[in-house]
Write a protein that binds this ligand. Structure first.
Ligand code: ADE
Length: 231
């Protein structure tokens, strides 16, 4: 079953409104909504903010039958060409706040894990096609950098660009990726740019987040149509 996850209400509420045959499964800390979206059986949930919430919620989704996971939400643009409203589709994901360098690991590497978790090629391709159908936005495929930090400074953006080659910064994707990779479940992360993660990112985020979070509805629906289309 396809699972669709966002961090905040704004990121899933429009999809939830259209979920048919809805059944709410209440779990410790999270409610997972089962139902049918555009004729496709799905799990839909708001996981909360940050990597811990994301990892916990992803685990619940997998235990409840998710065989593919699509995460959708907003991000701070790090790639210099990204503007508010543009969409990033993950190529791979890193945890920029992990630092075990004193023990000889590269910054961002969790000992015993991949240095970056690659997103699924088929889900990526479907996400790119669906994102390209959103009018007036640029679609960039790139690395998503996740950490338990809201990035709002020029040095912060520069570090993510130079150290990790990141396209955008957010707070959940790599945790979803790590859990899915362990389970061998394909995933992709799709992010609309709400700010450019530099000075004033907090102001832009408050202004644009609710608006750009709405791209999620269009991209997810496009993906559903794409993934279920006859070959
Ligand atoms: N989500 C949206 N904007 C962000 C930023 N600047 N840093 C981290 N997460 C974000």
């Amino acid at each position: 079953m396809l699972a669709i996850m966002g961090a905040m209400d704004e990121e899933i509420e429009l999809l939830l409104a259209d979920l048919r045959e809805r059944e709410d499964v209440t779990l410790p800390g999270v409610t997972v909504h089962r139902g049918v979206l555009d004729g496709v059986p799905v799990l839909l949930t708001r996981g909360g903010i940050g990597k811990v919430n994301a990892a916990m919620t992803t685990t619940y989704l997998l235990v409840h039958g998710a065989s593919r996971v699509v995460f959708t939400g907003v991000a701070g643009g790090v790639h210099p060409e990204l503007r508010v409203g543009d969409i990033v589709v993950s190529t791979d994901l890193v945890q920029h706040d992990v630092d075990v360098t004193p023990l000889g690991y590269e910054v961002g590497t969790v000992p015993g894990e991949l240095p970056a978790w690659p997103a699924d090629p088929e889900l990526r391709a479907a996400a790119v096609r669906a994102a390209q159908a959103v009018e007036g936005v640029q679609v960039v495929e790139g690395r998503v950098a996740s950490g338990d930090q809201f990035i709002a400074s020029v040095p912060g953006v520069t570090r993510l660009r130079e150290t990790f080659g990141a396209a955008c910064a957010e707070m959940e994707g790599a945790a979803v990726a790590q859990v899915c990779a362990k389970a061998g479940v394909p995933f992709v992360v799709i992010r609309s740019v709400s700010d450019t993660a530099d000075t004033g990112a907090d102001v832009d985020y408050r202004e644009f987040m609710p608006r750009v979070a709405r791209h999620a509805k269009q991209v997810v629906r496009g993906m559903l149509a794409d993934l279920t289309a006859a070959p």
